[in-house]
Design a protein around this ligand. Structure first.
Ligand SMILES: [Zn+2]
Length: 115
């Protein structure tokens, strides 16, 4: 947390997909492009400048960064933090409530016992 500049969202950690503005074809780095012998795992930015859209032959400059597909948005640490709080807080509340009820009940019963 001391250096927020180094934190990245999951979408930023995953390689970005690029969409062809001409035809809507989406280049996914995880899949590559077998039509032009681009091996899976090749980033769009690492494609040769001669690479063209396999559908409409548009240049790389016609592609726009649409971010990573399927990656959840937001910070991974925040997701963990949120889940942790969501699990813990109701439990602690219940403990508090039932603990207080139990104490009150015992106190109530002790009054009966005295009488
Ligand atoms: Zn295209």
């Amino acid at each position: 947390m001391s250096n927020p500049g180094q934190e990245k969202t999951l979408a930023e950690q995953a390689p970005a997909s690029y969409e062809c503005r001409s035809c809507g074809y989406v280049y996914e780095p995880a899949k590559g492009d077998n039509q032009t012998n681009i091996s899976p795992g090749t980033l769009f930015t690492d494609l040769p400048d001669t690479w063209r859209c396999p559908v409409c032959k548009a240049r790389k400059t016609q592609f726009v960064n649409i971010g990573a597909k399927g990656a959840p948005s937001g910070f991974a640490e925040n997701l963990n933090y949120g889940f942790g709080v969501n699990r813990l807080t109701p439990g602690q509340k219940n403990l508090l409530i039932f603990g207080a009820l139990a104490l009150g009940f015992l106190f109530f019963m002790s009054l009966y016992a005295l009488n």
